[in-house]
Write a protein that binds this ligand. Sequence first.
Ligand SMILES: NC(=O)C1=CN([C@@H]2O[C@H](COP(=O)(O)OP(=O)(O)OC[C@H]3O[C@@H](n4cnc5c(N)ncnc54)[C@H](OP(=O)(O)O)[C@@H]3O)[C@@H](O)[C@H]2O)C=CC1
Ligand SMILES: O=C1O[C@H](COP(=O)(O)O)[C@@H](O)[C@H](O)[C@H]1O
Length: 510
Amino acid sequence: MSDSEPGGDLRQAKAGASSLPPCTLVVFGAGGDLTKRLLVPSIYNLAHDGLISDDFAVIGVDRIDQDDAGWRQNLTAFTQAAASDGTAGGHVGQPDEARWQWLMQRLSYIKGDFADEGLFAHLKERIGQGNAIFYFAVGDRFFAPLAEQLGKAGLLTEGEARFRRVVVEKPFGHDLATARDLNQRLLKVASEDQIYRIDHFLGKETVQSIMAVRFANGMFEPIWRREFVDCIQITAAEKVGVERRGEFYEHAGALRDMVPNHLFQLLCMVAMEPPSSLSAQAVRDEKSKLMAALRPLSREDVVRGQYTAGSIDGQGVPGYRQEPGVSPESDTETYVALRLAVDNWRWGGVPFFLRTGKRLAERRTEISIHFQAAPHQLFRDAASERLARNVLTLKIDPEHAIETSFDAKEPGPAMRLGRVTTRMNYADFFPHRANVGYETLLYDCMMGDATLFQRADAIERAWTVVAPALEGFAKDEIPLESYAAGSQGPAGADRLTGSEHAWAPLQKRS
Ligand SMILES: NC(=O)C1=CN([C@@H]2O[C@H](COP(=O)(O)OP(=O)(O)OC[C@H]3O[C@@H](n4cnc5c(N)ncnc54)[C@H](OP(=O)(O)O)[C@@H]3O)[C@@H](O)[C@H]2O)C=CC1
Ligand SMILES: O=C1O[C@H](COP(=O)(O)O)[C@@H](O)[C@H](O)[C@H]1O
């Protein structure tokens, strides 16, 4: 491994950040995809930035038959290969050799089955009296049983001088009943402030910066409300299909996979009231209030679709029903568009349009705030019949930028208006290097800051809001429309917004 440019934007983000307390991070699912592709690179980035103390240790647990050296070797080989073929999750170029080795020395491995009580006795011995975080990097069927095993073994008992925390991955439940059941089972063995329900969208710098943009500047807040906003659109469009996750996706679908978690987190960031402080409680209280004001969906406010064969970047791609692990008669949705209402004073009457889907024309995650037209149209003739709407777009992925679009006078004797766009690229102002997105979340968890993690009440409310749509899908009362891979999505999505609020096109329509 060679020297590389270290983690610039992470360092920027954590400027002034303290070193982490001594801690053992136990990763269940040490041989899995999440661990090697995202978790270990994030830990490396934290180590690289000097944020991890010498007393930090990682214990990986999995059923793969290997020892400490084998696990380290597998991670090293994976990271090297990923770095050289450009798919490295957390690095640009190869990791720094000395730092990588420093980290590897802190990694050890236990081969075991999650159902084996002996595994937890062994872990107890290894961890001793110190701080520990248990990361469930495993399928959701293991979340409650793992927590229960940890509880039974006394591994979740905190002391004056030690913390014990669990990080729970997604999906958090399949519906309201299962999310509630999971919360209840977790809360039997750990207190709410020991449970860190992760949503990787909240690890994205551009998502965290929404709060900064809204609440650190005086110019936005006065117009961030119903009197000035016409509609808000949230898009998470992907070009990829279901990749190797056909079997998982068949049981999830686009709504469960993206909406009650990621898209609602974006909605909270853009629509919640200003918190009184940046404490976890204050921020999460505001998010919960927003979720409580979110009106449960009506079936007519939901459009679902499934992709058929088409073309992405000039390459033919199969339809969803031809993907591995997918039934040829599947009625699982790969696209969903929603019209939501927030019943509070700030947002009463403002529609929130959300859409997400796979195999669309473009990869784009963004929030756009569409402002109302000027109250008196002085320029009606000059602007032809167009009523100009100013749009502020928070670009989250793959571009990291903020754009505003508005009308200006075209040069020349005629009073003719033209649409212009101004753009702030984060990279132009802040030294930038892609990071994995789990760094901040891991750092915060080790520091005991739950601001960016989801609380039980908000998760349950999210499932309540989407429940009528899920029921409509199950009873086939919401038609499943098809759309060609590489397109804008199903036509029904346009009916949802009407021409008055039309979606920002994913690619320029020809
Ligand atoms: N991968 C990703 O990009 C992302 C994943 N997630 C979430 O992270 C979690 C983990 O995902 P991912 O890493 O992809 O899953 P994987 O299936 O790749 O990893 C899970 C690991 O746990 C092992 N395992 C399964 N059962 C047992 C058992 N009884 N005892 C010991 N080890 C066992 C598996 O072994 P074996 O292979 O033999 O079954 C595998 O090595 C999931 O909840 C997922 O939803 C979230 C965001 C992104
Ligand atoms: O959690 C998930 O998110 C990804 C999209 O995340 P991004 O960070 O790549 O935008 C999605 O592809 C996946 O289906 C879903 O499970």
